[in-house]
Write a protein of this length. Structure first.
Length: 317
DNA sequence: CGGGTTTGACCTGCGC
DNA sequence: GCGCAGGTCAAACCCG
């Protein structure tokens, strides 16, 4: 697998009740066939390679097994009814189905200039040399500088889209905003966040789709090397949304499978059919419509917090 | 006072 | 080489 093909795109929708009316929920509004080879999306790049699809797990572990995820969601490679969109970014983020294309290769740098630790350290060093002539070799942040010629390693990334009124969705981890930039051709800025846990280099970018302002595009980069902050574990209620960071596919569709809603939270679903899956908890209700049209209504987020930690442990082993 | 946010400056990569 | 856009830094600021 090439370095430049390790990013992912995930599409979900979240109906949020930010004002506490109790009506919250999310839906995997997958308007495209992510696992489909015969994809007909107008936004799909020409000559799109279906092998570029891979599971979250694959994305994070560096392996590529396209069929695994397809199986996991009961899809044949040409299934017209995708349940989950997991897509590598091939140097771009593409909304394969909706109107919210994310700068399709307008500048590959948007997806390839990651791992700022390397460059930024260089930047820091240079700045320090400029600004502090006392040759301070300190720099609490620039401690792991790399050689100049060394090529930056790209962290695996995946992006997903969420329908939400708030930009920064709670995902159980603590984030520190370190930047905000205006996005070309978009009235909405892009925010940059870093995980505040020490030694954790996970970053995420949050921006709104300029074509559909109700859609928030979140791009995760890297993997958390620590558990969910304890102070937040018991606080998963209240409309929190767990974006998917990893999928642990089942051996077969008839079995339970786990969708990890990251960074670490997991929902456990039971596959109910080719085009639907059902949460095992009674806290949620799900229509029998095809999944990509379904809206999972979670009426009791308190239950969610019970589910998440246990599922996480399950995946941890 | 500690931790998070804001924001202008600065850097890098890329296309022309 | 230049300009543009994305990404990051870090001082100033804010807030509990």
């Amino acid at each position: 697998m090439s370095d430049e093909a390790r990013d992912f795109y995930y599409h979900a929708q979240f109906q949020e009740d930010r004002y506490g009316t109790g009506a919250t929920g999310f839906s995997f509004s997958l308007n495209n066939s992510p696992l489909s080879i015969s994809n007909s999306s107008p936004h799909e790049p020409q000559g799109f390679d279906p092998s570029s699809y891979m599971s979250f797990t694959d994305s994070l572990n560096g392996s590529s097994d396209y069929n695994t995820l397809a199986k996991a969601f009961g899809l044949s490679p040409s299934s017209p009814e995708p349940l989950l969109e997991v897509k590598r970014e091939q140097n771009l983020v593409v909304d394969a189905g909706s109107e919210t294309a994310v700068t399709p290769n307008s500048s590959a740098s948007s997806s390839s200039t990651e791992a700022g630790d390397d460059d930024s350290n260089k930047v820091k060093r240079e700045r320090q040399q400029k600004e502090s002539a006392d040759g301070g070799e300190s720099s609490k942040k620039g401690s792991k500088a790399k050689k100049k010629g060394e090529k930056r390693e790209k962290e695996p990334r995946f992006a997903f889209m969420t329908k939400s009124e708030v930009d920064h969705l709670e995902d159980g981890y603590r984030w520190r905003k370190y930047g905000q930039k205006a996005v070309k051709n978009s009235p909405f800025p892009r925010s940059y966040y870093r995980c505040t846990t020490q030694k954790c280099t996970v970053k995420k970018r949050v921006e709104r789709s300029y074509q559909d302002p109700t859609v928030v595009i979140t791009t995760y980069e890297g993997q958390h090397n620590h558990p969910l902050p304890a102070t937040l574990r018991g606080n998963l209620g209240g409309g929190m949304f767990m974006p998917p960071s990893m999928v642990a596919p089942p051996a077969s569709f008839s079995q339970d499978y786990i969708v990890q809603m990251p960074p670490s939270a997991v929902y456990n679903y039971h596959a109910g059919g080719m085009n639907s899956f059902y949460p095992q908890t009674s806290s949620a209700t799900l229509s029998t419509a095809p999944l990509h049209h379904q809206q999972l209504q979670i009426s009791d987020y308190g239950l969610l917090q019970d589910i998440v930690p246990s599922m996480f442990l399950k995946l941890e082993q």
